[in-house]
Design a protein around this ligand. Structure first.
Ligand SMILES: Cc1cc2nc3c(=O)[nH]c(=O)nc-3n(C[C@H](O)[C@H](O)[C@H](O)COP(=O)(O)O)c2cc1C
Ligand code: SF4
Length: 516
């Protein structure tokens, strides 16, 4: 029986993977070839999707991008045994884009059948949880603290510190909430992991539950991810059936279970307190802090809210130990970040690298420059609230602190590329418009200031009283920065002011004195 792998990941499906899988099944039937088609996660090399892999000679060989019309010729070429073909890419693991990565969190994604418990086990699954079950809660937290893991949802808060606060909070009931709202533009690492290795997230949530003393977890998933929802629901049911969730986790006598909840499409529901409101059945409006969710979160109980990538890093840390994870990275940014290359880029996809890699490496060595073939003019790092980075800063190491020094942030690792046809005044206007549309309405600078910001930028574009309007924009951004109750309003000035600072010519000015 030959094993053929075709991805079930949303991006691969969007590029035609389902039709390719069907064409392979039909062709195999017609030829009487014994073929098992495994639906794996995506390797994250999107320009090669639909990627088809075969197991031959003890390794995985790749062909791509495959269209249904290529399937007959692949059989003709004997691809089941690794035959030569124009679409042949050689051993998957040797494709430079993959070979040069440091895949820790994504080690299994694309390799395994996401819903096979046997496959998960055979590739190191549940070992972290088993180790955690043998440790006292404080020792689990210590391991995570020592690993240097910081929150991957955007704020980069140390995960161990948050877990320690929840652990130390006295309460009968505590919760783990997984933030899978993934609203940032150009980001998809959470989705890829949930679709390609859902047991890893389940294991991470169970470890978090044991660490802080929570018996119930909620997985808050954006409803725009229906494939992830199907896969997670199936994976949670399988994990429960196998005894990894429920009243007796791994036969330990300790309880932890997970409930999947769907969001309704608001960017602000990714903000942790608005998310908690939404989970409780109310409109997603930001809560005042304090109290911290770690002390009074879901239903007023101590709650650890963590991003998918944060939780999915926990199994490896508990399996290999804190030092293994901490060995990657630079400064206070330890471990790896799965960067997501999107926008106008030739080789878009997922690149997991240790902190310290530069945009030059990601955009050129991995990304291969723009898809349009024109020069890169600007890159937005960290989602819609992230600063615009000009080519002069492409050699700054991607590290939380170094990015902070240049008035930027890494956020969730989204990197959106634009060529020299982009107009940065329009991008600044877009940031204000985005803030106006997504504002929860709680505070004035964000609710009203963002709408005024759009109007001011429209007057700048129309060259109406430009000097005075730019001064007004500076003052408005200052109010947003310092007067907003959360980072939606508080960070909208980042894309606006970085566009103004690095690309003043697009605003009709030559000076560079509008720095944030
Ligand atoms: C407007 C806004 C949107 C956010 N969206 C997300 C999101 O989609 N996913 C996420 O994990 N964190 C998001 N965050 C960050 C969360 O508030 C919170 O910091 C995070 O869930 C904590 O988990 P971590 O420490 O593991 O990163 C957002 C924050 C703001 C202000
Ligand atoms: S900054 Fe905007 S999104 Fe945040 S609390 Fe205020 S109004 Fe709501």
């Amino acid at each position: 029986m030959s094993r053929v792998f075709v991805s079930l990941d949303t991006s691969a499906l969007a590029l035609g993977a389902e039709r390719v899988a069907q064409a392979i099944a039909a062709e195999a039937k017609q030829r009487g070839a014994a073929v098992e088609i495994v639906r794996n996660g995506s390797r994250g090399l999107f320009w090669l999707e639909p990627l088809v892999e075969v197991e031959a000679g003890g390794q995985r060989l790749a062909y791509g991008p495959v269209a249904p019309r290529d399937v007959a010729s692949l059989f003709e070429a004997g691809f089941l045994a690794g035959g030569a073909h124009a679409l042949a890419l050689g051993p998957t693991q040797d494709i430079a884009y993959l070979a040069r990565q440091e895949r820790l969190t994504f080690a299994r994604v694309g390799l395994t059948d996401p819903l096979s418990l046997d496959d998960y086990r055979a590739h190191g699954g549940w070992r972290g949880l088993e180790n955690a079950l043998a440790l006292a809660p404080a020792a689990i937290v210590r391991e995570v603290t020592d690993s240097g893991l910081r929150g991957r949802g955007g704020a980069a808060f140390p995960a161990g510190t948050k877990w320690e606060t929840v652990r130390g909070a006295g309460a009968e009931q505590k919760y783990i909430v997984c933030n899978a709202d993934e609203g940032d533009s150009g980001t998809f690492s959470d989705r890829m992991l949930m679709e390609g290795d859902p047991f890893c997230l389940i294991e991470g949530m169970a470890i978090a539950g044991l660490a802080v003393g929570a018996t119930q977890g909620y997985l808050y998933l954006r409803s725009e991810y229906p494939q992830a929802a199907r896969i997670l629901a199936a994976a949670i049911a399988k994990a429960r059936e196998a005894g990894w969730l429920g009243a007796d986790v791994g036969g330990s006598g300790r309880a932890f279970d997970i409930e999947l909840r769907l969001g309704a499409g608001a960017y602000i529901c990714g903000e942790e307190t608005a998310l908690l409101e939404s989970l409780e059945g109310r409109r997603g409006i930001v809560r005042a802090k304090p109290p911290l969710p770690a002390l009074a979160g879901l239903f007023g109980r101590p709650t650890a809210v963590n991003n998918v990538m944060t939780l999915a890093a926990a199994p490896l840390i508990l399996e290999r130990g804190a030092a293994y994870y901490r060995d990657y990275g630079m400064g206070r940014s330890r471990g790896t970040l799965p960067f997501q290359l999107a926008g106008n880029i030739r080789h878009g996809g997922l690149v997991e690298k240790a902190f310290g890699v530069t945009l030059n490496e990601l955009l050129h060595d991995f990304g291969g420059g723009t898809l349009s073939g024109r020069p890169i003019r600007a890159v937005q790092v960290g989602g819609p609230l992230g600063a615009w980075i000009p080519p002069a800063q492409f050699d700054v190491p991607l590290d939380y602190e170094r990015y902070g020094e240049i008035g930027a942030m890494l956020g969730h690792g989204g990197i959106v590329v634009f060529d020299d046809s982009v107009n940065m005044l329009r991008m600044a206007r877009h940031a204000m418009e985005f803030c106006a549309e997504e504002s929860c309405g709680k505070c004035t600078p964000c609710r009203i200031g963002s709408t005024r910001g759009v109007e001011v930028l429209d007057r700048v574009a129309a060259n109406r009283d430009r000097e005075a309007q730019l001064a007004l924009l500076d003052s408005l951004c200052d109010t947003l920065l310092h007067g907003s109750a959360c980072a939606l309003g508080g960070m909208t000035p980042y894309p606006v002011l970085s566009a103004l600072r690095h690309f003043p010519e697009d605003f009709g000015i030559g000076s560079q004195d509008h720095a944030p």
